[in-house]
Structures are given as C-alpha cells and as structure tokens.
Design a protein around this ligand. Structure first.
Ligand code: GLC
Length: 393
C-alpha cells in the first residue's frame, strides 16, 4: 500500500498496480480505504476524499481519475477533463461506513455525505429503467469485471473468443458517452446490461446510505434511501431471480444471461438478498459444488463448468489481454463471498475460503488474480487487492 501511494497537490490516493494501473480507480479505492482501516485511518480517509475530488456537478464519479496524464495506459478521449465517463461498482457508502465504524468520526461522514448522496442520486436518476426499476450499464467495464462472460451476448461474442476481440469491442464503446453527449438513452442503443452484481451492490450501498443519512441527522433522506433499497430489491426479485439465484439481463429487452458467474450468484449473500433457506441452497448447490465453484485454490469468477470458463494465461501480450474475469480467482470476489458466508452463519466455509485466500497471497504474491486450478499468480504484479485478506476476520 505504501509503495503504491501517490501524493499530488495535497491529495493522497493509491494506484492499484504501479506499472499497469497508474491512476486512481473507483472501486479499487474503496477496497484500499477498507484495507487501510486496519493500518492507518487517516490514509483511508484521504483515499476517499481524493476519490470524490473530481466529481462532476451532476454527481457522476468516473471509474478512473487521472491525476497524472503522462502515462500511456488508457489514453482515451472520454470528453471529461480528469476522469473517464464510465461508472464502476458503487461501493463508496460501504467504504465510508467502514471508516466510520472504526472511529465514529461524524465530521468525516458530514464532509463526504453530500458528494456521496449526489453520486447515488446520479445513478438512480440516469440509469434506472422505467419499466423494470433495474439499473443498467452502458459498458462491461462499469461492472468492474471488464471481460466477464455476462457481457458476451450484448457485445455479440461467443463464449470462447480471442481476448483481443473482447478488448476491441469494449474499447470501441469507450468513446460512446462522449459522442452521445453523455445521454444514457443514446449510449444504451449500442450496449445495455442490467447487471445482477452491480444492482446487488447498489441495494447494499443504498441501505448504508440510509444509515449514513441517519448519522448526519437527515431523517427524510434516510427514508428515501431505504425506499430505493427496497424498490431495487423487489425489482431484482421480480426480474432477475430464477431457479434460486440471480441472473443478469441483456439488451433493452432484458433477455436473461445464462453465464454462471460467482458475483451474480454469491454477492447477494453479502448484501443479504437471500432468505436463510435460499442461502443454504445457493451455498450447497452452487458455491460448494466441486465441478463449478469450489475449486482447489478458491472460487473462480466464471464457473468451471460454464462454456466460457478459461483460466490459462497466454505467454504473450498485456495483462488486459489475459483471462481476467473468465475463470481466474480475484481477491475482491473472495472477500465479498467471505462476508456473505459469515452473514448467513456458514462459518466453516468462510474459514476455508479465508485460508485459501491467505495461501494464494503467501505462495503467489500480490498478483492481480490467480489460476483457480494451480493457484499460480496471474496478471499485474504489486496489485493492491491481495490486501483484502486482512479484512477477512
Ligand atoms: C482491471 C479490473 C478492474 C479494476 C482495474 C484497476 O481493469 O478489471 O476491476 O478496477 O483493473 O485495478
């Protein structure tokens, strides 16, 4: 965390990996703040202050904040001066809440409350589908799981394809918000997915926004966030819940996406979207299934028995051309599942997942992700998310 820390103009933030990810990323910084609550609360707060420092007037916070422009990575004309024009999973309320839990610093919550409220209002206002009440994404990268098979259909790709084809399709969409002058209705003609994990994390964060509103004495806003959480939860039940799990929906018609991914099935455990009985079914039938998700080194992002599963890293190319979210294990996913298991009382399974996570970092280092069958480290090095193991306690 110290090696990846950057300071500029009195601000402080952490880059996910020095070489390959040299800027500030939205959900990464939320993870960073949570990791930092175990070492240095002042740094955790600084990370979150920096994250909202380039917020647009309409509440939008881009998935990348460009503090320094000289790097070669992601050189794209987003149409905004210092940020990208895409979202990422909205974990800001969770991160601020976790900081607050440590020292009960109400002033810090008061300082960040309005930027957070504006951010969540933006998503609710700009991305909600009137007919279903669900939130839609205009680019796979907004899910944080850039090349996940959940987006293949909307991109027009088969389950097995060259990484290059995926990258090219996503990059071709990057310019869309600028070309569409940031109007969602226009962007969504090209790409639209109602992503189960994103909606799940939003329900959870609306719940936490309600608690943050109460902390700063905004009773009406607390009720509003509660109502949003409930509305979204109900919409997810109605449209996404089938055969005991949550599925994402593709395109403006909302066609069910059949890819089996761990975040769609198991993030709802962390957010409390299943009843105890439903949770037991999801854990026993899916999570602990040795042919799909309960693999020797941990839980893969895409199930081993899904046609899109691939985990081998080519010996060539840049990290973003690698299997990424189509099979490998990511520590953030382990961290979410761990919390879900604890929430529903699956303590033995949670401990096993924690031990596997520790082993991955001990044996393979702070790598971006890990091979689910061999445990080998893959992708970028000196990647911060391995630090989340400290929070599995
Ligand atoms: C990759 C990941 C994304 C992350 C970014 C920076 O693009 O897919 O989730 O935010 O790297 O670490």
């Amino acid at each position: 965390m110290l090696q990846n820390r950057r300071q500029q103009d009195g601000w402080q933030y952490t880059v996910p990996a020095t070489k390959h990810y040299p800027y500030q990323w939205l959900w990464d910084s939320c993870f960073h703040a949570i990791i930092l609550t175990h070492f240095n609360l002042r740094a955790a707060k600084a990370e979150l202050r920096a994250l909202v420092s380039h917020q647009c007037r309409n509440g939008f916070v881009g998935h990348v904040t460009y503090w320094e422009k000289q790097h070669d990575v992601l050189k794209i004309d987003w149409g905004l001066p210092h940020t990208s024009s895409l979202l990422q999973p909205p974990l800001l309320a969770l991160a601020v809440f976790r900081v607050y839990e440590k020292d009960k610093d109400k002033e810090f919550v008061e300082e960040l409350y309005q930027p957070l409220k504006n951010f969540y209002d933006y998503i609710w206002r700009e991305r909600r589908v009137r007919s279903s009440g669900l939130i839609g994404l205009v680019n796979p990268d907004e899910s944080g799981e850039d090349n996940s098979p959940r987006f293949d259909e909307a991109l027009g790709l088969p389950p097995l394809h060259e990484a290059k084809a995926n990258t090219e399709k996503r990059h071709a969409l990057f310019a869309k918000p600028r070309q569409c002058q940031f109007k969602t209705g226009c962007t969504s003609q090209e790409f639209w997915v109602e992503d189960a994990p994103f909606n799940t994390l939003l329900v959870w964060n609306f719940d936490l926004m309600s608690r943050l509103s109460t902390i700063v004495g905004k009773v009406k806003e607390a009720k509003d966030f509660d109502r949003r959480a409930n509305n979204l939860k109900q919409a997810m039940r109605e449209h996404m819940f089938k055969d005991g799990v949550y599925w994402s929906l593709s395109g403006l018609t909302g066609k069910r996406i059949s890819a089996k991914t761990s975040s769609a099935f198991f993030f709802p455990l962390a957010a409390g979207l299943y009843s105890q009985q439903e949770a037991a079914f999801v854990v026993k039938s899916h999570l602990l299934n040795k042919d799909s998700f309960w693999l020797p080194h941990g839980v893969p992002t895409t199930a081993k028995d899904d046609p899109a599963f691939s985990a081998d890293e080519p010996s060539w190319g840049q990290p973003w051309q690698h299997p990424h979210w189509r099979g490998p294990i990511w520590m953030s996913v382990h961290w979410f599942i761990y919390q879900g298991l604890k929430r529903y009382g699956f303590n033995r399974e949670a401990t096993e997942l924690r031990e596997k996570s520790l082993r991955l970092v001990e044996n393979s280092g702070f790598k971006e992700y890990f091979h689910p069958l061999t445990g080998a480290g893959q992708g970028a090095s000196n990647f911060t998310w391995g630090g989340l193991v400290i929070d599995m306690n």
